[in-house]
Design a protein around this ligand. Structure first.
Ligand code: 5GP
Length: 187
């Protein structure tokens, strides 16, 4: 890897990673956010190529077989993966790249890029997380159950990460991440 950096943001579904990321990217336009491929259907308002590359299962399997994904995982019945080429090009250009991915993908990245910074976003509590997932009204009951089960597994693995941030206050959570990423001693 060149002088670019890989930053991985992981945390259970509904924890507010998207909001945290938007804040981080607004403060640091030099960060490049990787757009993942997924077999999940687009949610209202999501745009192909901006939020995800929405692909069929067979297209996703072709990408895996061709080695086009840096990491990939199945999550709540769908595949998700990071397209390799864009990330490698940004890192070669010494850019900082952010991946917003789930636990198994983060573990794969840690093996492939041991120097990556792994950040885990925790909810204030699992009860609060359930409220947030239900409150956004985006998922079926079956998907909510799957996401909550997965959330417990993910939270249990939080100490595998370089930094754990509790997302109870957006500004403070963003500052903690910025401190970890941009303080010279912490880099
Ligand atoms: P959602 O369906 O809510 O957009 O995403 C579900 C989960 O998949 C989230 O935890 C999200 O971080 C994760 N995810 C999104 N893109 C990727 C990816 O490229 N790889 C992996 N491993 N997980 C991803």
């Amino acid at each position: 890897m060149g002088k670019g950096k890989l930053i991985v943001l992981t945390g259970p579904s509904g924890v507010g990673k998207g909001t945290l990321l938007r804040s981080l990217l607004a403060n640091h336009p030099e960060l490049y956010l990787s757009v993942s491929a997924t077999t999940r259907s687009p949610r209202p308002g999501e745009i192909n190529g901006r939020d995800y590359f929405f692909v069929s299962r067979s297209e996703f399997e072709r990408m895996v077989a061709n080695g086009e994904l840096l990491e990939w995982a199945e999550f709540a019945g769908n595949y998700y993966g990071t397209p390799r080429a864009a990330v490698e090009a940004q890192i070669a250009a010494e850019k900082w790249v952010v991946l917003e991915i789930e636990l198994n993908g983060a573990r794969q990245v840690r093996k492939t890029f041991p120097e990556a910074k792994l950040i885990f976003v925790l909810p204030p509590s699992l009860a609060e997380l359930e409220q947030r997932i239900r409150g956004r009204n985006q998922d079926s009951e079956a998907a909510i159950t799957q996401r909550l089960l997965r959330a417990r597994e993910e939270v249990a693995a939080a100490d595998e990460f370089d930094l754990q941030v509790v997302n109870d206050n957006l500004e403070r959570a963003v500052m903690e991440i910025e401190h970890q990423l941009f303080t010279p001693a912490a880099c």
